[in-house]
Design a protein around this ligand. Structure first.
Ligand code: PMP
Length: 442
């Protein structure tokens, strides 16, 4: 009898080995992720990490205190589930706040939905709106997850590039010099187009789309009856007196736009993963369907704290004490330090009008990292890897923000994040200065 038992279990274990493919077809070609690779490299080699986009300074005290109060206060229900589509105090204050910004009455229960960061908001949009074969226009360079998320939903990404114009009189380039060609943009729209993804202020360039540029996009959306997924996570981070214009406020756009925001960027707390969507109920109801069938619910205490953060900001709106006034002021100074550091060593910066990213031209440093002809890997990617391993400075190659076919179009730029303590930016400056000195004194 024991022998029979043994042979049974052997045949069972053989059967347990599956030979059929396990991976769903929708995952084909989207298994690589730039952040997994570069975050690991930065953790292993970097002494100064200006790669992934997160502040190395703390969130404001009023926000941290609100979280502590939520966790240790009397209301123990803040440790339990809350409303699936958003904790009531948070959706209420978001409706009030965005209602004021957009100049329209918003219903907290139908015009706002809270998500696990802006990332999940994006995922909900693509799952809710994109059918097999639908085309979705993506403006390059773009936050990299748009492409795989569209593909996972069965859609076809259609790319249109921002094209750089040479700046005048030997001036440094600005992110405003990167522009869409209106005719090229129009040529991408057709009756197959379901949506366009707009990201202003744009990661990675820091471009803040002007009213004129937004009107061109809006007119095409209306003409072709296209949705706009408007990723506005850097809405407060605009510099030099620039204004962030919400495309949903333009004629004909409210009804076809989902606005996406992030407490991570808004309050310098990326690890909290609180995000939101704002839009008309006819669109948001479908995001709710995706949300209730996937994540269902977001962390209650973090939502409570973010709600209190917004309550404070609504009271102080436009005043010098407002975090939404102070943060961009501080970041503009950090941007200017990094611009100076890079310019001084000849790594030409493109001055960003918004976000906490800055793209720089590495052409003058090419001699340090020789090209490998016929390599599959874009030059900027090899450069960024070499830089973190040999100089301890982490940055992200610009090619990571282009689709596969276009990765070599702009492959001599890298992106730095400047939402960092003064000491971190100073350490980056020291590395760059030493590097330049070694180049000129071999
Ligand atoms: N959109 C853009 C343009 C981003 O840069 C990021 C974060 N880097 C996100 C969305 C995701 O934001 P969150 O951390 O709130 O999920």
């Amino acid at each position: 009898l024991p022998l029979v038992k043994a042979s049974n279990s052997l045949s069972l274990s053989l059967q347990a080995k599956m030979s059929r493919p396990v991976q769903a077809r929708r995952l084909e070609g989207i298994d690589k992720n730039i952040w997994v690779e570069f975050v690991k490299l930065a953790a292993t080699y970097s002494t100064v990490n200006l790669g992934q986009g997160f502040p190395d300074f703390p969130p404001p005290d009023f926000l941290k205190e609100a979280f502590v109060r939520a966790l240790s206060g009397e209301n123990h229900m803040l440790h339990q589930y809350t409303r699936a589509f958003g904790h009531p105090p948070l959706v209420k204050i978001l409706a009030q706040f965005f209602g004021k910004l957009l100049g329209r009455d918003l219903d907290p229960m139908t015009n706002v939905m809270v998500t696990v960061g802006a990332y999940q908001a994006l995922f909900c949009c693509f799952q809710a709106f994109v059918d097999d074969g639908d085309e979705v226009i993506i403006i390059e360079p773009f936050f990299d997850c748009y492409e795989p998320m569209v593909k996972m939903a069965g859609g076809m990404p259609v790319f249109v590039p921002l094209r750089p114009k040479a700046p005048k009189d030997g001036k440094l380039m600005s992110s405003a010099d990167w522009q869409l060609d209106p005719a090229e943009l129009a040529s991408k729209f057709s009756d197959r187009t379901k949506a366009i993804v707009l990201n202003s202020p744009n990661n990675p360039l820091g471009k803040v789309f002007s009213r004129g540029e937004l009107e061109v996009i809006a007119d095409l959306c209306v003409k072709y009856d296209v949705l706009c997924i408007s990723d506005e996570v850097y809405e407060w981070l605009v510099y030099d007196g620039k204004e962030h214009i919400r495309i949903a406020s333009l004629q004909g756009m409210w009804d076809r736009t989902v606005i996406i925001g992030s407490a991570g960027k808004t309050f310098s707390a990326t690890g909290w993963k609180v995000g939101w969507t704002v839009g008309p109920n006819r669109l948001l109801q479908h995001l709710c369907t995706v949300h209730q069938n996937s994540v269902y619910h977001c962390a209650t205490a973090a939502q409570e704290a973010v709600a209190q953060g917004f309550q404070r900001e609504l009271k102080l709106y436009g005043k010098p004490e407002s975090y939404f006034v102070q943060l961009p002021k501080e970041l503009q100074q950090k941007r200017d330090w990094l611009v100076q550091s890079l310019d001084a060593v000849g790594m030409k910066p493109i001055i960003p009008e918004g976000t906490y990213f800055l793209v720089a031209d590495i052409s003058k440093f090419k001699s340090d990292v020789p090209d490998v002809p016929d390599s599959d890997e874009p030059y900027d990617s090899r450069f960024a890897k070499w830089m973190v391993k040999n100089k301890g400075l982490a940055a992200i190659p610009l090619s990571a923000f282009y689709c596969g076919a276009h990765k070599n179009n702009y492959n001599h730029f890298i992106r730095f994040c400047f939402a960092k303590e003064e000491a971190t930016l100073k350490a980056a400056n020291d590395i760059l200065q030493k590097w330049k000195w070694e180049k000129t004194n071999p």
